[in-house]
Design a protein around this ligand. Structure first.
Ligand SMILES: *[C@@H]1O[C@H](CO)[C@@H](O)[C@H](O)[C@H]1NC(C)=O
Ligand SMILES: *[C@@H]1O[C@H](CO)[C@@H](O)[C@H](O)[C@H]1NC(C)=O
Ligand SMILES: *[C@@H]1O[C@H](CO)[C@@H](O)[C@H](O)[C@H]1NC(C)=O
Ligand SMILES: *[C@@H]1O[C@H](CO)[C@@H](O)[C@H](O)[C@H]1NC(C)=O
Ligand SMILES: *[C@@H]1O[C@H](CO)[C@@H](O)[C@H](O)[C@H]1NC(C)=O
Ligand SMILES: *[C@@H]1O[C@H](CO)[C@@H](O)[C@H](O)[C@H]1NC(C)=O
Ligand SMILES: *[C@@H]1O[C@H](CO)[C@@H](O)[C@H](O)[C@H]1NC(C)=O
Ligand SMILES: *[C@@H]1O[C@H](CO)[C@@H](O)[C@H](O)[C@H]1NC(C)=O
Ligand SMILES: *[C@@H]1O[C@H](CO)[C@@H](O)[C@H](O)[C@H]1NC(C)=O
Ligand SMILES: *[C@@H]1O[C@H](CO)[C@@H](O)[C@H](O)[C@H]1NC(C)=O
Ligand SMILES: *[C@@H]1O[C@H](CO)[C@@H](O)[C@H](O)[C@H]1NC(C)=O
Length: 843
């Protein structure tokens, strides 16, 4: 197996994982799966799962003194509570762990009435090798009749011990234990911290405890209906105002999981129901739906919000805000621009403390000013406690202080602390693992790892080296892959047929990587076929990057990868065909008709959306590194899509603020700061995008060496005119007199900010997007005043238009700006709306 093929198989493991689980409907099957009924004499069946007596288990070791209490009282809340194991002194269960990584630890406690022990007043302390899970809990001053706890611990050694510590001369006890493997994908290492704003890293080294897990607007989901054995409760009792929310639902079978959401993230039952904004009997639908959760303020929480638009009839109709406490978590969140479809799940992770100075955490959703119809949606919510620096989930005592008397305990601190785990390491581990699996598989029976989609490898191997007949069956399975949006493996023959044996007349582009051909697939689909130069080492690296990046990314404003072919050491990528080609060819150097100002703005907005998604939408920031007008492609409707991820780099990880790397990219678009310091940040893309904006305005190349010295570089040239406020002097003559001055002014200011010398002074792609949308608003408002109807500049479908009218009094009133004279009105309203746009928190 060649290196490339090996790599692609690795990618399969990474990106095709969810598909197989979903497609075969193979319920997730955990490697480690201990379900224990403590002190019981017989199996206890709970919701279809068999809990086995701890006396009958041979796969774990039990240490310490113990005895059993049981009750024949069948009115206990669950059969697991009919027996308990009672420990007169500290005792532990030691579980053999067959697969390292996160495991659920679920604990069941119920103080059975017993004549010899008073379990109600017995303090319960539970610690693992590294973490304190529960500290001196007693039922004495607890309202509930039983206690159920769920933790997720990353087990990094071959065994896990659960220690039950007796204290205060009392016994301690437990009724039931689960230790069950969790797929690695479920909990990331990083999430977005909201106060202070920034990434929060290092979650993989922390212990987690589920505090709330809600199925918004839906029924209780029990472990039976969740492959990971989770429980999801209804949200109603946490609603701040009951009537503010209205439940909606669809048939769970309609939920379509995309590649970036594994079905294990949450069952389709969760995504199929949601809370939306209710009719709160208010004249103006402008309120938040808020949920309030009591939490321990001494801890930090991981908050995962699940979304799925089961409500809208159209894409891009639902744009809303999500807040955690008073912090905006998702401003102007256009759900369908992330999912590209309705009934497609999406989720987002945050890290937050309790609301300042209180013991509550609140989550709110509310309508956004730019939405066509004010509404908001939330399908599921998980609030998970993160262990503190003492490695405790309860109180501030550390394991060492609670468990001093066990000298045999190996110190695993070194392993736990100081995790610096890059994505590459994870991939490497997976790769090694995969290699082991493949070599083992070829020797042994095909019994594979239950999490990994082994049959798929079989197919891909058949396709690449099988006979003609097996190739046919391989193709069939590939088509089903394509239908799941996952990319398809093409046979070299199919590519030859599609491109008429790489006919020169079908070449639509030539780049560093190789040639791009227009092709037509058997079913009539137009595609763009990019054929790499097999001798280029650089090409190989970029080929990998591109498959890796694109298979993870789906967005309306990013060119989609349909599949690839690596047969006969070819490196061929197959993309969706973009009928109108690169943006540059519509600006200069061809006979194509000039674009209107509005079209240009809409194209810039589309590209900005694509880049904004790259920077913020994926799990990890992605820096494009080669933003230019030839990498912005237009489809048949002139919808802009960002292409060419060959140079993309995953952005800064952990505590780094930049990626150090050799300078790559195209001259004329290069960020001067990146050039000087060789440090890449997403602001380098912002700079290049500023060059694109100037190019779009002036319809000339970024670098034109035949011009006089001061005009060669568009960034320098346009900046001198922008600073004088005379950008209209150098803009495309075709646009003269057809652009609203206010719109041009906003556009110029935006480009100027992008081209700032230092990255810190440049806006984020999100801000650029807002400013461009605002420039479009200004243009539309002014054209609405002058021309009643203009069909040639129709709004591009799918790009949401903000129904906001900047000059409308109502807007100034919202912001309390009372402008009197007409001349002032424009500036005042402009800045008011502007500040509203860039600072949604202010609303
Ligand atoms: C108890 O459950 C285990 C696991 O499901 C099963 O293997 C065993 O046969 C069961 N024992 C009895 C007595 O039902
Ligand atoms: C069974 O438990 C219930 C409450 O859990 C209690 O009220 C009842 O007295 C118990 N019955 C017996 C026979 O212990
Ligand atoms: C539990 O309480 C006992 C006695 O009050 C104390 O000695 C012990 O340190 C406490 N354990 C924890 C984990 O706080
Ligand atoms: C128990 O419930 C009562 C009434 O619902 C409440 O006032 C009290 O604070 C609760 N106690 C605890 C420890 O939760
Ligand atoms: C320890 O025992 C004493 C007396 O029995 C009791 O007052 C105290 O609350 C107990 N402490 C804990 C942590 O349970
Ligand atoms: C668990 O910890 C190990 C080593 O510290 C790390 O490599 C791995 O990524 C972690 N796993 C998860 C699921 O966080
Ligand atoms: C849960 O699963 C059971 C049996 O598989 C099914 O009958 C029931 O409708 C499901 N309920 C929910 C809420 O998922
Ligand atoms: C509000 O929600 C609570 C909790 O579910 C419920 O008990 C109560 O009846 C609801 N009140 C109204 C007015 O709907
Ligand atoms: C919604 O809640 C957020 C955060 O508390 C607040 O800033 C915003 O003004 C609220 N929106 C409305 C319409 O009440
Ligand atoms: C939080 O920590 C402080 C100091 O350790 C302690 O006094 C306080 O009781 C804790 N609060 C809660 C809710 O546990
Ligand atoms: C939580 O609060 C602490 C102390 O105020 C602060 O150091 C920490 O950064 C906060 N964490 C988050 C996630 O906001």
């Amino acid at each position: 197996m060649g290196l490339l093929k090996w790599w692609i198989h690795v990618l399969f493991v990474v990106s095709f994982f969810g598909f197989v689980v979903h497609e075969s409907c193979a319920a997730f099957s955990p490697v480690d799966n201990y379900l224990i009924a403590c002190g019981s004499a017989k199996n206890v069946s709970i919701q279809g799962r068999d809990f086995v007596p701890d006396s009958k288990q041979s796969s774990f070791v039990f240490k310490g003194d113990h005895n059993v209490v049981s009750s024949s009282n069948s009115s206990v809340p669950s059969p697991i509570f009919q027996s308990a194991r009672v420990f007169p002194s500290t005792a532990s269960y030691e579980f053999q762990i067959n697969q390292k990584g996160r495991h659920w630890i679920r604990l069941y406690f119920y103080p059975i009435a017993d004549s010899t022990h008073n379990l109600r007043s017995a303090p319960i302390t539970v610690v693992t090798d590294n973490f304190v899970l529960l500290s001196n809990f007693t039922f004495k001053n607890y309202n509930g009749s039983y206690l159920f706890k769920e933790y997720a611990i990353n087990v990094t050694s071959d065994s896990l011990s659960l220690n039950f510590i007796a204290s205060n001369n009392s016994v301690t006890f437990v009724n039931g234990i689960e230790v069950v493997s969790i797929p690695d994908e479920l909990f990331p290492d990083q999430a977005q911290d909201l106060a202070p704003v920034g990434p929060f890293s290092g979650l993989s080294g922390r212990a987690l405890e589920t505090v709330y897990r809600l199925n918004m607007g839906g029924p209780l989901i029990t472990p039976q209906n969740d492959t990971l054995g989770r429980t999801w409760e209804n949200d109603e009792k946490y609603l701040h105002v009951n009537s503010s929310a209205k439940a909606v639902s669809v048939n769970p079978a309609n939920i379509r999981y995309p590649t970036f959401v594994k079905p294990e993230i949450a069952p389709n039952w969760v995504y199929a129901t949601a809370e939306t904004m209710g009719d709160a009997n208010v004249p103006v639908v402008n309120f938040n739906v808020t949920w309030v959760f009591p939490v321990d303020p001494n801890f930090t929480y991981f908050v995962r919000a699940h979304f799925c638009d089961v409500f809208s009839k159209l894409l891009n109709a639902l744009v809303f805000n999500v807040y955690i406490n008073a912090d905006i978590a998702l401003p102007s969140f256009d759900l369908s621009s992330f999912t590209n479809g309705l009934s497609v799940p999406y989720y987002k992770d945050f890290v937050s403390n309790s609301s300042a100075g209180s013991s509550y955490l609140t989550v709110s959703i509310g309508p956004d000013a730019v939405a066509d119809t004010p509404n908001a949606i939330l399908n599921g919510l998980e609030i998970i406690k993160i262990s503190n620096d003492a490695r405790s989930l309860d109180g501030s005592s550390s394991v060492e202080s609670v468990l001093p008397e066990m000298p045999s305990r190996k110190s695993k601190l070194g392993i736990i602390i100081g995790l610096v785990v890059g994505f590459s390491v994870a991939v490497l581990l997976l790769a090694l693992f995969y290699c082991c699996m493949v070599s083992r598989r070829s020797k042994d029976s095909p019994q594979g790892h239950p999490w990994l989609p082994l049959p798929l490898y079989g197919n891909s191997q058949t396709i690449t080296k099988g006979s003609m007949t097996s190739q046919k069956s391989g193709t069939a399975s590939c088509i089903s892959l394509a239908s799941a949006n996952l990319g398809r493996i093409f046979l070299f023959q199919e590519i030859m047929d599609a491109t008429k044996k790489f006919d020169e007349s079908l070449v639509i582009g030539v780049g560093g990587f190789g040639r791009v051909y227009k092709g037509v697939l058997e079913d009539g689909t137009n595609v763009a076929v990019k054929r790499g130069n097999p001798r280029s080492e650089q090409g190989l690296a970029e080929f990998r990057t591109e498959i890796e990046m694109l298979s993870k990314l789906r967005h309306r404003h990013l060119v989609s990868l349909i599949g690839y072919c690596d047969e006969r050491s070819e490196m061929i990528l197959v993309y969706e065909y973009m009928a109108n080609g690169p943006l540059r060819s519509h600006l200069y150097g061809t006979q194509l008709p000039s674009l209107s100002w509005k079209q240009r703005l809409e194209i810039c907005i589309g590209a900005a959306r694509g880049l904004h998604y790259l920077h913020t939408g994926a799990a990890q920031t992605i820096i494009h590194r080669d933003v230019k007008t030839t990498n912005i492609l237009l489809d048949e409707n002139f919808v802009a899509k960002v292409a060419d991820f060959g140079l993309s780099k995953a952005g800064p990880a952990l505590d780094q603020t930049h990626v150090s790397t050799a300078v790559k990219g195209s001259f004329g678009y290069l960020d001067p700061e990146y050039f000087r310091r060789q440090q890449l940040t997403e602001k380098s893309d912002v700079y290049s995008f500023g060059v694109v904006l100037m190019e779009v305005l002036c319809s000339r190349p970024a670098l034109n060496p035949v011009l006089p010295r001061e005009q060669v570089n568009i960034a320098e040239w346009a900046m001198t005119w922008q600073k004088k406020g005379m950008l209209d002097q150098i803009m495309d003559p075709y646009l003269a007199g057809k652009v609203s001055p206010a719109s041009l002014k906003k556009f110029g200011e935006t480009a100027e900010k992008c081209l700032a010398e230092y990255g810190v002074d440049r806006p984020s792609m999100g801000d650029v997007l807002w400013n461009l949308e605002y420039a479009l608003q200004l243009e539309e408002t002014s054209s609405a005043l002058t021309e009643p109807e203009d069909n040639s500049t129709n709004h591009i479908p799918g790009i949401p238009m903000a129904p906001m009218q900047p000059f409308d009094n109502s807007v100034s009133m919202i912001d309390g700006v009372n402008s009197s004279t007409d001349d002032d009105a424009e500036d005042a309203a402009t800045s008011a709306v502007f500040s509203q746009l860039v600072n949604p928190r202010g609303r």
